[in-house]
Design a protein around this ligand. Sequence first.
Ligand code: PHE
Length: 352
Amino acid sequence: MQDLLNIKAVRDSFIESLNNAKTLQELDEIRVKFTGKKGDLTLLLRSLGKLPPEERKETGQELNKLRDEIEYSLTQAGKKIRDFENEKQEINERIDVTLPERGRLSGAFHPVLQTMHEIADIMQGLGYSVATGPEKEEDFYNFECLNVPSWHPARDMQDTFYFADGTLLRTHTSPVQVRAMLEYGAPLRIICPGKVYRRDNDVTHSPMFNQMEGLLVDKNVSFSIMKGTMTEMLNAFFGKSLKSRFRASYFPFTEPSMELDIECVECSGNDPHCRVCHGTGWLEVAGMGMVHPNVIRAGKIDPDKYNGFAFGIGLDRMAMLKYGIGDLRLLFDGNISYFLSGFDSKEGGKKC
Ligand code: PHE
């Protein structure tokens, strides 16, 4: 009788432990506690021999029943825990194919760089090679050899950043003209894209901006070749045939000098309140002219045999016009959210 009570106590204790078990490891501990070498059930089974023979059979049967029950319950509980763990893992790893995509940020060239590449491609198609020059430039190349001696009032056209040693940050890409002539001689066709610097900083001017110089030196170069080249380049860049006009202007390094205006890409001259051309219908995009003989001479080329034309395009301006960017400063402030959002509709931007 005493043993049957013990059996009941072991069984109750087993059931309670089992109900509290949450992990496979806890189940293992229960298995050891009851059926291990020194387990509660094992001890009971061992003490069976000490019972009077008439009690042994019944108690033995009870103990065997309990052992079967413990083993069965442990197996079932193990299965349940494993199923639960599997389900939990499955839920965690489940892919919800109905979720909307997060969107991918892919890198892209800056609009000015894209513009630079596009125009360079067009010009390379016309037989021009890319030349480069230093941004920290000598006064000689930036001014002196471009027919702008130190006393020349035209120096006022370009407010310059000077270094203490007399060098300067180039104010235009034109210094590459003489550098290229000295390096390659005539005939010559080069473009030079790059950064230039002026002491200007307001809504429409930045102290650093981008230009592309073009220079062609050959025999019998005519003004009409220059005009045709510029028109060809602009039409290819904007992907349509735009009206253009050449306005007489002045640069010390070209004679005659012109400024090139193109038909407003936004309103084609039809909107008196156009935010881009301010109702004039025209946009100024480049300075140019026939290279001054003094400049050809500075490039150690004989101006009696060779002549040429040169142009300088504002690349930032071109990027703004092509991609509909309303404010010059957006190009330089490093905030890409404007470009990611497909450009501010208020500013009438187009995505590039
Ligand atoms: N260098 C001139 C400027 O920056 C542009 C230009 C280049 C004009 C070549 C004529 C010829 O304003």
